[in-house]
Design a binder for this molecule. Sequence first.
Ligand code: HPA
Ligand code: ZN
Length: 355
Amino acid sequence: MTEAAIQQCLHDLPKCEHHLHIEGSLSPSLLFRLADTNKISLPAIETDPSFASPEALEGRYTRFTSLNDFLHYYYIGMSVLITTADFESLAYEYFARAHNDGVHHAEIFFDPQAHTSRGIAYETVVAGLGMAQKRAEKDFGLTSKLILCFLRHLPASDAKDTYQAAEALGHFSSGVVAGIGLDSSEVGFPPEIFKEVYESASKAGIRRTAHAGEEGDSTYISRALDLCSTERIDHGIRLVDDDALLKRVAKDKTLVTMCPLSNVRLRCVTKVAELPIRKFLTEGVRFSINSDDPAYFGGYILDNYIAVQEAFRLNLKEWKFIADGAIEGSWCDGERKQVLLEKVEQWAESYKGTL
Ligand code: HPA
Ligand code: ZN
């Protein structure tokens, strides 16, 4: 198969995305445009020359030194998002792009505290995202869910207030928000700080995930599972350092949401080939491949699939295992899962004997 044919095959593979921060899909060009429209001042060029132009900013994004270095730009970037329409167009553009990459179902993160702390109402954010979700389902048949993330560098009491605000609006019981997550700076902010809010969510039957084992060691993963009863692990690349934990995650079919290009850009690994994808496949760990913050990390979901293929040369059976696992680990209902599983089956049939 030629490289172009392999890329077409990966494009056609029905995909689910589970690890996408919607604020991380804000491109430098849109960032500058919204800053202008909304009269938001960006850092002065004398302080940070990266803000001289969208191109300069794009260049800076290729030189992140760590998760915290990236987060500095990520929080400045999202400060240009003000209105419901801003959130709607951001999310709709992501859905359109994801649809073009062959995504059929997306479960996207949003960071309410990063907006409410700037005086943007939680309802403004969710209203915009919700409108985009409806339009994407109508226009592309792309189904989606929202995952409300808590910022782990802020106090647990802040996370609790955010959780209660969403709960008071009935957003969990109505399904407007499907679950909770935990993101931002990892090292020094272990998951158990947020134990109480995870316990409340668990009791209420709300889905739970957390970033763990991205920059933090494997105990961040075990603590997320044991102390916060998370159902998924976001990133989870440090699982390879604890064989018993890896076997447990495989046995429990806990979905690990991997983000290859992100891990390279944030220097968690030096190249995609260093990621434990072969190990996960041989040990039967269920995982999905995702873009994390595509506007910052140089690629959307298909770029991540292609990077994995270039590094590991997976065959059709291995890709089917990944695609089936991604569907089974999704938080959509059984009926939707069945539809998606059949699409993957048809894909495998149509590419039989090629990959
Ligand atoms: N890790 C932690 N927090 C984040 C990330 C990430 O990769 N992206 C956006 N917030
Ligand atoms: Zn992430």
